[in-house]
Design a protein around this ligand. Structure first.
Ligand code: SF4
Ligand code: SF4
Length: 100
Protein backbone atom coordinates (compact mmCIF):
# COMPACT_ATOMS: atom_id res chain seq x y z
CA UNK A 1 0.00 0.00 0.00
CA UNK A 2 1.34 3.46 -0.92
CA UNK A 3 1.82 6.02 1.82
CA UNK A 4 1.10 9.73 1.52
CA UNK A 5 4.02 12.16 1.91
CA UNK A 6 2.72 15.66 2.63
CA UNK A 7 6.17 17.19 1.96
CA UNK A 8 6.60 15.52 -1.42
CA UNK A 9 5.76 18.53 -3.57
CA UNK A 10 8.39 20.56 -1.73
CA UNK A 11 10.93 17.74 -2.13
CA UNK A 12 10.29 17.78 -5.89
CA UNK A 13 10.95 21.50 -6.36
CA UNK A 14 14.69 21.21 -7.17
CA UNK A 15 13.89 18.71 -9.93
CA UNK A 16 10.58 19.74 -11.36
CA UNK A 17 8.72 22.93 -12.14
CA UNK A 18 5.90 23.67 -9.73
CA UNK A 19 2.91 23.25 -12.07
CA UNK A 20 1.34 19.97 -10.91
CA UNK A 21 -1.37 21.77 -8.95
CA UNK A 22 -2.51 23.48 -12.17
CA UNK A 23 -3.70 20.08 -13.40
CA UNK A 24 -7.42 19.47 -13.03
CA UNK A 25 -7.22 15.87 -14.22
CA UNK A 26 -9.05 16.31 -17.50
CA UNK A 27 -7.11 13.45 -19.09
CA UNK A 28 -6.30 15.23 -22.36
CA UNK A 29 -2.58 14.50 -21.96
CA UNK A 30 -3.27 10.78 -21.56
CA UNK A 31 -5.58 10.77 -24.57
CA UNK A 32 -2.92 12.24 -26.88
CA UNK A 33 0.11 10.46 -25.42
CA UNK A 34 1.40 7.92 -27.98
CA UNK A 35 2.22 5.52 -25.16
CA UNK A 36 -1.53 4.96 -24.56
CA UNK A 37 -0.63 3.47 -21.24
CA UNK A 38 -2.92 3.40 -18.21
CA UNK A 39 -3.57 7.13 -17.85
CA UNK A 40 0.05 8.18 -18.35
CA UNK A 41 1.13 10.97 -17.81
CA UNK A 42 -2.01 12.19 -15.97
CA UNK A 43 -1.65 9.49 -13.30
CA UNK A 44 1.91 10.59 -12.45
CA UNK A 45 0.74 14.17 -11.97
CA UNK A 46 -2.06 12.96 -9.75
CA UNK A 47 0.52 11.09 -7.66
CA UNK A 48 2.33 14.39 -7.09
CA UNK A 49 -0.90 16.15 -6.14
CA UNK A 50 -1.78 13.58 -3.48
CA UNK A 51 1.78 13.12 -2.18
CA UNK A 52 2.10 9.54 -3.42
CA UNK A 53 5.91 9.62 -3.49
CA UNK A 54 6.25 5.85 -3.12
CA UNK A 55 3.88 5.17 -6.01
CA UNK A 56 6.12 7.24 -8.31
CA UNK A 57 9.23 5.35 -7.23
CA UNK A 58 7.45 2.01 -7.64
CA UNK A 59 6.32 2.97 -11.17
CA UNK A 60 9.53 4.75 -12.19
CA UNK A 61 10.09 2.47 -15.18
CA UNK A 62 7.04 4.07 -16.84
CA UNK A 63 8.77 7.46 -16.82
CA UNK A 64 11.50 6.10 -19.06
CA UNK A 65 9.03 5.15 -21.77
CA UNK A 66 8.25 8.84 -22.36
CA UNK A 67 9.40 9.96 -25.81
CA UNK A 68 9.43 13.67 -24.87
CA UNK A 69 7.37 14.37 -27.95
CA UNK A 70 5.69 17.31 -26.19
CA UNK A 71 2.13 16.47 -27.27
CA UNK A 72 0.85 16.40 -23.69
CA UNK A 73 2.29 19.84 -22.93
CA UNK A 74 1.03 21.24 -26.23
CA UNK A 75 -2.57 20.15 -25.61
CA UNK A 76 -2.87 20.72 -21.84
CA UNK A 77 -5.62 23.31 -21.28
CA UNK A 78 -4.16 24.38 -17.93
CA UNK A 79 -0.50 24.96 -18.80
CA UNK A 80 0.44 22.28 -16.31
CA UNK A 81 3.28 21.27 -18.68
CA UNK A 82 3.02 17.51 -18.10
CA UNK A 83 5.99 16.78 -20.40
CA UNK A 84 8.31 18.88 -18.25
CA UNK A 85 6.90 17.29 -15.09
CA UNK A 86 7.74 13.83 -16.41
CA UNK A 87 11.28 14.99 -17.15
CA UNK A 88 11.53 16.40 -13.63
CA UNK A 89 10.29 13.15 -12.13
CA UNK A 90 13.08 11.34 -13.97
CA UNK A 91 15.59 13.68 -12.33
CA UNK A 92 13.99 13.01 -8.94
CA UNK A 93 14.07 9.23 -9.44
CA UNK A 94 17.74 9.24 -10.53
CA UNK A 95 18.72 11.31 -7.49
CA UNK A 96 16.73 8.99 -5.24
CA UNK A 97 18.48 5.93 -6.66
CA UNK A 98 21.87 7.68 -6.33
CA UNK A 99 21.28 8.31 -2.62
CA UNK A 100 19.99 4.82 -1.85
S1 SF4 B 1 -3.99 17.75 -19.95
FE1 SF4 B 1 -3.16 19.09 -18.33
S2 SF4 B 1 -4.90 19.50 -16.94
FE2 SF4 B 1 -5.46 17.73 -18.24
S3 SF4 B 1 -4.84 15.91 -17.03
FE3 SF4 B 1 -3.12 16.40 -18.35
S4 SF4 B 1 -1.79 17.77 -17.14
FE4 SF4 B 1 -3.80 17.70 -16.16
S1 SF4 C 1 6.00 13.93 -23.86
FE1 SF4 C 1 5.92 11.83 -23.00
S2 SF4 C 1 4.11 11.82 -21.66
FE2 SF4 C 1 3.91 13.59 -23.04
S3 SF4 C 1 2.71 12.86 -24.79
FE3 SF4 C 1 4.89 12.61 -25.34
S4 SF4 C 1 5.40 10.49 -24.72
FE4 SF4 C 1 3.47 11.03 -23.68
Amino acid sequence: MSTIDLDFEEELRPFCQDTALECFNCGTCSAVCPLVNDNFPRRMIRYIQVGARQAILENANELYKCLHCGLCTHTCPRQADPGEIILGLKRFVVENWRRS
